[in-house]
Design a protein around this ligand. Structure first.
Ligand SMILES: C[S@@+](CC[C@H](N)C(=O)[O-])C[C@H]1O[C@@H](n2cnc3c(N)ncnc32)[C@H](O)[C@@H]1O
Length: 196
């Protein structure tokens, strides 16, 4: 996208804004190592990403969890790519932050994990992973699939008609499987004995 912007007249005024926690996970650290990049688990990846993308220009990084503190300027969004929200809490949180800035008839919405719930290894948590699919399919007049951008678990849609994002609720973060697992383990560890 940044390379594309470099081909435009310099006064285009378009920005690429990237929201991420920029925190190295164990699995990503291993993947990076295989590519010759030494970033340890828990490390802040923002400086490395900023430095790597610097030659392309146009990219602004916003470090932090996508939560109620996340702010968007309200400027119109022409291409929206979500590669972070596999679960309902983050997906709906982002919809409420960024959705009002989508432009009916123009914005392309790219959901990188749209079909993830159909993968065999996710059979035990389909309900947590199909919020994107449920959202799009329950608004057939508002979204039209862009066939050219089908790829793996990714799907893309043209935003056709305006939606009132204020009517959507953000599901509790407690619905996140990791939270459920932690609370289940917690209950096991702290379960009182019958004679207590
Ligand atoms: C599948 S990776 C994609 C990263 C990037 N799009 C790429 O292709 O390299 C998902 C990223 O989203 C971040 N992420 C997931 N949930 C997040 C959240 N709630 N808030 C902020 N970042 C989150 C992860 O840390 C990870 O960097």
């Amino acid at each position: 996208m940044a390379i594309g912007l470099n081909e435009r007249e310099p006064d285009h005024g378009i920005t690429i804004d990237c929201f991420d926690n920029f925190h190295m996970s164990e699995s990503s650290s291993e993947k990076a190592r295989k590519q010759g990049v030494d970033l340890k688990e828990g490390e802040n990846t923002e400086p490395w990403v900023a430095n790597t993308l610097k030659p392309f220009g146009h990219v602004t990084l916003h470090k932090g969890m996508l939560d109620k503190r996340t702010k968007w300027s309200g400027g119109p969004i022409s291409v929206y790519v979500d590669d972070a929200s596999k679960y309902p809490h983050t997906f709906y949180r982002c919809l409420k932050i960024f959705g009002p800035s989508w432009i009916p008839g123009e914005t392309t919405v790219v959901l990188m994990d749209y079909w993830l719930f159909r993968k065999k290894h996710n059979a035990h948590r389909v309900d947590y992973m199909r919020s994107q699919f449920d959202f799009i399919t329950s608004h057939p007049d508002h979204f039209e699939e862009v066939d050219d951008l089908k790829d793996g678990t990714c799907a893309a849609f043209r935003y056709r008609r305006s939606l009132d994002f204020s009517r959507f609720e953000v599901p509790s973060v407690k619905s996140h499987p990791a939270h459920k697992a932690a609370s289940w383990i917690g209950r096991l560890l702290f379960r009182p004995k019958h004679n207590e």
